[in-house]
Design a protein around this ligand. Structure first.
Ligand code: NAP
Length: 270
């Protein structure tokens, strides 16, 4: 019998999986598209929020998807990360999926010319919040996830491998994050945990609005990508649900592009 059906009834392909979503800020967040797709496929969800400002909103959105599990967690602090996982462990005896959908760089770092604006502090913050935090979550969750055929997923962008105007130090942080995916996949594979990333095309979210010239980027992708459109949080959500499910059991250390094909084009046709 297929693992996705019981008694002739078809179950979602994430039935029985428990997922922690880190990085939900609004209904435009990529994390919201992922949460909706994972819930639809039968996963139970828990959420974290960065600070009290977001608490109410995240609680409401969690409730919409049948979850009462929400915890504060600023990924800048190990104590707060440990506290969040210890509260999660009180509710769940194991964890199958972590979605890391978090990035940050000071605003002055993601406008203008890279070499003119980059500085030591901006470099440190971008790398710590956007890349190191993924390893920090893996370290803190290791005991809960071990031996469950689970999956860690993070969100990256083309700026990791191409120079993109204004993306600047965030591109360097994403390159580090993609290397993190490979090193973490190598460490956690023997424990039965897979580690992957989705490289999403530009989507208008709160964070994206901070990147100078973002609207131009959307127009350019729409005109250039093979599919002649921008991707949506649902496109990313569906790919994320697949990558974190047993359907993707053979995939780890991978960067999957969900970008309407933009990254595959060398030159735009008239
Ligand atoms: P978003 O809705 O603004 O989500 C970003 C999240 O990161 C927010 O929930 C934000 O919380 C959280 N965050 C920032 N610093 C944090 C910290 N110290 N501790 C905990 N959480 C923190 O934007 P998004 O576009 O969906 O971004 C999600 C991920 O997708 C990011 O990694 C981004 O780089 C990546 N991505 C986005 C695009 C795009 O075009 N939108 C494309 C490719 C990849 P606060 O709101 O409280 O700061």
């Amino acid at each position: 019998m297929s693992p996705f059906s019981r008694g002739g009834l078809s179950l979602g392909f994430l039935a029985g999986k428990r997922a922690l979503i880190v990085g939900l800020a609004s209904a435009r967040s990529i994390a919201w598209g992922i949460s909706q797709a994972m819930r639809r496929e039968g996963a139970e969800l828990a959420f974290t929020y960065q600070n009290d400002k977001l608490k109410g909103r995240v609680e409401e959105m969690a409730a919409e998807l049948g979850s009462k599990l929400t915890f504060p967690m600023d990924v800048a602090g190990d104590v707060e990360i440990d506290q969040a996982f210890s509260r999660l462990a009180d509710a769940w005896d194991g964890l199958d999926i972590i979605v890391h959908s978090v990035a940050f760089a000071p605003r002055d770092q993601i406008a203008g010319n890279y070499l003119e604006v980059v500085n030591r502090e901006g470099f440190r913050i971008a790398h710590e919040i956007s890349s190191y935090s993924f390893a920090a979550l893996a370290k803190a969750s290791r005991r809960l996830m071990r031996g469950r055929n689970g999956a860690l997923l993070t969100m990256t962008y083309l700026g990791a491998v191409r120079a993109v105007p204004h993306y600047n130090v965030m591109g360097l942080a994403k390159a580090s994050l993609e290397a993190n995916v490979r090193f973490m996949a190598n460490d956690l594979g023997p424990e039965g945990t897979r580690v992957n990333a989705i490289s999403a095309g530009p989507i208008k979210t709160l964070s994206a609005a901070g990147v100078s010239g973002f609207r131009k980027m959307l127009t350019h992708v729409e005109e250039t990508a093979p599919l002649r459109r921008n991707v949506t949080i649902d496109d990313v959500g569906n790919a994320a649900a697949f990558l974190c499910s047993d359907l993707a059991a053979g995939i780890t250390g991978e960067i999957l592009y969900v970008d309407a094909g933009y990254s595959t084009v060398g030159m735009k046709l008239d």
